[in-house]
Design a protein around this ligand. Structure first.
Ligand code: HEC
Length: 132
């Protein structure tokens, strides 16, 4: 019995220490952000942006890489009241770097499989991460 209790306790310890590590990671990700916990939508957006969406392979936060930085994109989107989800659904024309639109276009077939909620989460993530 005693052994079982000890085993259970250590599982709980492992589980909670894992969680606090994850939390720290989340806080680091928000550029210059306050130490606040991020919303589930932000988390989903980040996960998609860096994972399944593959956006991060061409879009860094502050530096231009293959595509413009997230900060550069969102600056123009905020100024011109742009619609990220509309753009990703091919309902809106490119307003940041139309000359290189062909490169960005290669993503759209893949993005058709994303739900509106997923695209909105990506848009929210891009917006929040660049306004901190
Ligand atoms: C293969 C590289 C590549 C990948 C992957 C990629 N992009 Fe892009 N993206 C670009 C390039 C290049 C541009 C600049 C051309 C343009 O403005 O359309 C761009 C532009 C954009 C713009 C600005 C469009 C405008 O109005 O001009 C947004 C928003 C954007 N990308 C979002 C995303 C998101 C979200 C993902 C992931 C689902 C993603 N991109 C994945 C290369 C990429």
């Amino acid at each position: 019995m005693k052994n079982i209790v000890i085993a259970l306790l250590s599982i709980v310890c492992i589980a909670t220490s894992c969680q606090s590590e994850k939390k720290q990671e989340k806080e680091k990700i928000v550029i210059g952000g306050k130490k606040e916990t991020v919303s589930p939508e932000f988390e989903l957006g980040e996960k998609l942006f860096k994972g399944k969406g593959n956006c991060y392979s061409c879009h860094r936060m502050d530096k231009k890489s293959v595509g413009p930085s997230v900060t550069a994109i969102m600056k123009i989107y905020k100024e011109q009241n742009g619609d990220v989800v509309g753009f990703l659904r091919q309902k809106k024309d490119p307003i940041v770097d139309p000359e290189n639109y062909a490169v960005m276009k290669t993503n759209f077939t893949r993005l058709e499989k994303f739900t509106d909620e997923e695209l909105e989460a990506i848009a929210l993530y891009m917006n929040e991460v660049s306004s901190k």
